[in-house]
Design a binder for this molecule. Structure first.
Ligand code: AMP
Length: 473
């Protein structure tokens, strides 16, 4: 069975009590700050009491999709937004979000970050009842389920969300705009992040706190796992799902390792500090004698600084990243793929030649990037290469939205560390250990989801569910 669309994305929502105000431009800036969470498509839905709901989605980066005119065409004091991440799955406009459909006398718009592992089954139930699907996305499934609860069982929005969440297995952080009200929902395991902030009299919901910083909103708190929040009487109102507090917390460790921006704080833990700690832990595990500690830019910079500070070995740049190379272009031939790597990263030969280097990367997933990267580094003729990795060996797929890869593609699922070191042809290879990573994050191990590292998944995984691979040239 083919897996449903995986959605490792960024979501936003803004609620203003002033209905003469337009908030789409603020959503745009928030999405801009969350662009690292998805580059495949972007979309905004807004609500204005006289005009109703408007929305626009397009393929590409937020700046490609939204011109000033487009933003002006999205009036309203409430809005939600979404940036979608690219996987090797279907890349098409219909899968872009927010997803919008009719709801009672009005409309519902939803932005979803996560992956519903039983959505195949839930989708089939809806199809059997006559629902017609436009996309492969889980958001469409959730929207129709809400619609069904609302129509068939005459439930209000909160009760409909509660009833639907009971049936969902998997990860979900949602921003929902319905009948001129904004709701934020976080799954009871807290797999995906979602936080709330205030900007003057407006409330802002976002996947990461960096979105608050850019629009000068003041972080209030993270949404509690299993919580629905909505805004009434200038207050944050909260409804806890029945399942809240009854299941194991399972915050995704990969947000801290790679995915989130270092200037974000998730569930009270600063991502930059965690990555510095990862560097410190790597030093405790592998106290190597070297001339320089070099990060693979950008995501490994804090870990390299952490290693450097802990060891006293100077930190140095050795690879320069071209920031203008997008992630979403396909290179059909091997030659072109190699060229793409060179376009993206170039070694500073002078900084590497003749030196014993410690190279730090955030993770090895399929191993293709590391091989190409190390080939480039070797051309600069270092005396020794010690490669340290800030994530323990990824041995299993993620079914909750981080499209890692299938098991047969994951290098650490198929080879031992010694074999990988041999394949990479380097002087040493060291992965952070699971306990050291837990220490670096600083959260109890039982509150983290580390399914891709230990196959201990927080939910049942339906038989035959296939994992997706992320796309990267
Ligand atoms: P590879 O081993 O070739 O799959 O590439 C691993 C590198 O890709 C890591 O160092 C990260 O920088 C990045 N990466 C890891 N996981 C993901 C993911 N799920 N989506 C996008 N990039 C990723």
């Amino acid at each position: 069975m083919q897996g449903e669309m995986e959605d490792k994305c960024g979501i936003v929502g803004i609620h203003s009590k002033d209905d003469s105000k337009d908030v789409a431009s603020l959503i745009y800036y928030c999405l801009y700050a969350l662009q690292h969470r998805g580059q495949e498509s972007a979309g905004i839905a807004s609500f204005n009491p006289t005009i109703g709901l408007n929305h626009y989605c397009g393929m590409g980066l937020i700046t490609d999709v939204f011109s000033n005119e487009r933003i002006q065409s999205l009036p309203g004091h409430m809005a939600i937004g979404h940036v979608r991440y690219s996987t090797t799955g279907q890349s098409k406009l219909e899968n872009s979000q927010p997803f919008v459909t009719d709801f009672g006398d009005g409309f519902i718009a939803m932005a979803h970050n996560g992956d519903i592992v039983n959505s195949g089954e839930l989708r089939q139930e809806l199809i059997d009842e006559g629902f017609y699907f436009k996309s492969d996305s889980d958001s469409e499934v959730i929207c129709y389920m809400l619609k069904k609860e609302h129509y068939d069982n005459d439930k209000n929005v909160i009760d409909s969300i509660e009833a639907v969440c009971k049936k969902l297995v998997g990860s979900y952080a949602l921003t929902i705009l319905v009948d001129g009200e904004l709701y934020g929902v976080r799954d009871p395991m807290g797999i995906k992040p979602l936080a709330v902030a205030k900007r003057d009299d407006d409330f802002v919901l976002a996947s990461e706190t960096v979105a608050f910083d850019v629009i000068n909103a003041e972080y209030i708190r993270d949404i509690v796992p299993g919580e629905i929040i909505y805004f009434e009487n200038d207050e944050i109102n909260s409804h806890m799902l029945e399942s809240a507090g009854k299941c194991k917390l399972s915050h995704c460790m990969f947000e801290y390792v790679y995915f989130a921006r270092p200037d974000s704080t998730i569930d009270g833990i600063n991502v930059y500090e965690t990555r510095m700690n990862i560097g410190k832990q790597l030093h405790e595990l592998y106290p190597i004698d070297a001339d320089v500690v070099i990060p693979v830019p950008d995501s490994s910079i804090p870990a390299a600084i952490g290693y450097s500070r802990a060891s006293g070995i100077p930190y140095g740049e050795g690879l320069i990243k071209n920031r203008y190379v997008g992630r979403t272009f396909i290179m059909p031939t091997q030659e072109e793929r190699e060229l793409a790597v060179r376009l993206k990263l170039n070694p500073i030969k002078k900084a590497i030649k003749g030196k014993k280097i410690i190279l730090i990367d955030d993770s090895i997933v399929r191993g293709t990037t590391s091989k190409q990267l190390l080939d480039l580094v070797k051309e600069a003729e270092p005396a020794e290469i010690h490669f340290l990795v800030g994530c323990p060996p990824v041995i299993a797929p993620c079914y909750y939205g981080v499209a890692m890869a299938t098991k047969k593609e994951l290098i650490a699922a198929n080879y031992s560390i010694e074999e990988i070191q041999e394949q990479l042809n380097i002087d040493s290879l060291g992965y952070i250990t699971l306990p050291a990573l837990v220490k670096a994050i600083g959260m109890p191990e039982e509150n983290l989801c580390m399914g891709c590292l230990n196959e201990d998944y927080p939910t049942e995984i339906p038989e035959g569910l296939e994992a997706e691979t992320y796309y990267k040239p």
